[in-house]
Design a protein. Structure first.
Length: 429
């Protein structure tokens, strides 16, 4: 049996060393995240009273102020969420929370069901801690700015459905993962990765027809100019889907969107009803052309490959840590088993992988530019520009993000950059 890499560390590397490394990375990550949010809030507030020149003819000052206020409120809530998550992480690890859960469940359950109870207990605690802030976001911030259409009853009905669905799907998956970790020897991480990858592909396939309808109604897009334009665009782009659907997004929010869902021959194109009421048919066509660009430029496939490669790397790393006593003790847990290893690893990994955030955001923004370029080839760039400006205005998206915050977090390019890029594309066509 080959000894895992981290189990071979010399005795001089003691528990206290790993604790100090964890705390240093934790403090640095927390400090940077809060600092970036504070920068973002200050930057937006300082530009609240003037619409950027590029949008002066399209966005009113009142709309610009509304977007600034909405973004500031959301980011203040985000700062509170970051602080709460940080406190919960410390409470669960060095504060003894996981150790207390282990002490409760270990005498009562054995093997796989002990692991299932530990993981579900952690999910319950995290959900309860997050609940007040979720309610505040939905019924205070979203309502204050005119976006919330969800009732309290619908909120908790969604929460109940999500919990039941998570238990029905999650329990067998967790049991399978824990069994593979214990039964497959040194290469357990490879078997878990194969199982996890297959499960995610299956979930992508069944989500549109089995899961999404539990939360929303999907009706076929009505006959008319809109559908004719969409079908003509799909034909030009050589794209096949299992249907064009309109989703009742308006029962929860007034935000508008459109997306692809599904996998293989089970792909669907979904429009929020709120989107169709705001955009003209040529603008909807341009938005769809952008989404088709993601498919044609293989962005979905590339992200899947990256996700699978990342999960393989992380599972291999966990395989090297799972037998290292300092890993458990350094995070406040004296016991040592597969369930605890899995929980601790995925609790603390975001602390160490935070530096990757701007790299992933940069890749995502590049994909957005590529999809915009594709849209400009198969629809009118001016139509996409008009659609984007309407969506920025109606969704109260800020036109003046802090550049450094945007570099770290934004999956889409800043509005001014994106519009300028599309104008260049339009001038070439």
């Amino acid at each position: 049996m080959k000894t895992p890499i981290f189990a071979q560390l010399p005795p001089t590397f003691v528990t206290q060393d790993f604790t100090q490394i964890f705390l240093a990375c934790f403090a640095l990550t927390l400090g940077i995240r809060l600092w970036l949010k504070r920068r973002h809030i200050r930057f937006i507030a300082s530009h609240r009273e003037q619409v950027p020149v590029e949008f002066a003819e399209r966005i009113t000052l009142d709309s610009h102020r509304r977007a600034a206020d909405y973004t500031i409120d959301r980011n203040k809530a985000a700062m509170l969420g970051i602080a709460i998550d940080a406190g919960l992480l410390l409470a669960l690890t060095l504060g003894g929370g996981l150790a207390a859960l282990h002490a409760f469940w270990a005498p009562r359950l054995d093997g796989l069901f002990y692991g299932l109870a530990m993981i579900f207990s952690l999910m319950l605690i995290s959900g309860l801690v997050d609940l007040p802030l979720s309610l505040y976001r939905q019924f205070v911030i979203e309502a204050r700015h005119g976006f919330n259409r969800m009732t309290l009853g619908l909120f908790f009905a969604d929460l109940l459905k999500q919990s039941l669905l998570g238990a029905l799907i999650g329990a067998p998956v967790i049991l399978a993962v824990l069994w593979l970790m214990g039964a497959m020897g040194d290469l357990w991480w490879l078997y878990v990765w194969l199982f996890w990858s297959a499960f995610n592909l299956l979930l992508m396939f069944v989500y549109p027809t089995w899961i999404a309808p539990l939360f929303n109604k999907f009706v076929p897009l009505e006959e008319g100019d809109m559908k004719a334009r969409v079908e003509a665009l799909l034909a030009r782009c050589g794209f096949r889907s299992s249907g064009l659907f309109v989703m009742d997004g308006s029962k929860r929010s007034s935000h508008g969107n459109a997306y692809f869902t599904g996998f293989g021959d089970n792909k669907r194109i979904v429009f929020f009803d709120t989107l169709l009421t705001r955009l003209d048919p040529p603008e909807v066509e341009a938005v769809l052309a952008h989404e088709l660009g993601h498919f044609r430029r293989r962005h979905v496939a590339k992200r899947l490959v990256m996700m699978f490669a990342g999960s393989l790397t992380f599972l291999w790393l966990l395989g090297q840590l799972i037998d290292a006593p300092w890993f458990y003790a350094g995070l406040g847990v004296d016991a040592q088993n597969t369930a605890l290893a899995l929980i601790l690893f995925f609790l603390v990994m975001p602390v160490f992988t935070f530096p990757l955030t701007p790299l992933m955001s940069t890749l995502s923004r590049r994909h957005e530019f590529e999809a915009d370029a594709y849209a400009a080839e198969h629809a009118a760039a001016d139509d996409l520009i008009r659609a984007l400006v309407k969506l920025y205005r109606d969704n109260a998206a800020t036109l003046t993000p802090d550049p450094l915050h945007s570099l770290f977090y934004d999956s889409h390019p800043p509005a001014a950059q994106r519009i300028a890029h599309l104008q260049q594309q339009g001038s070439r066509s």
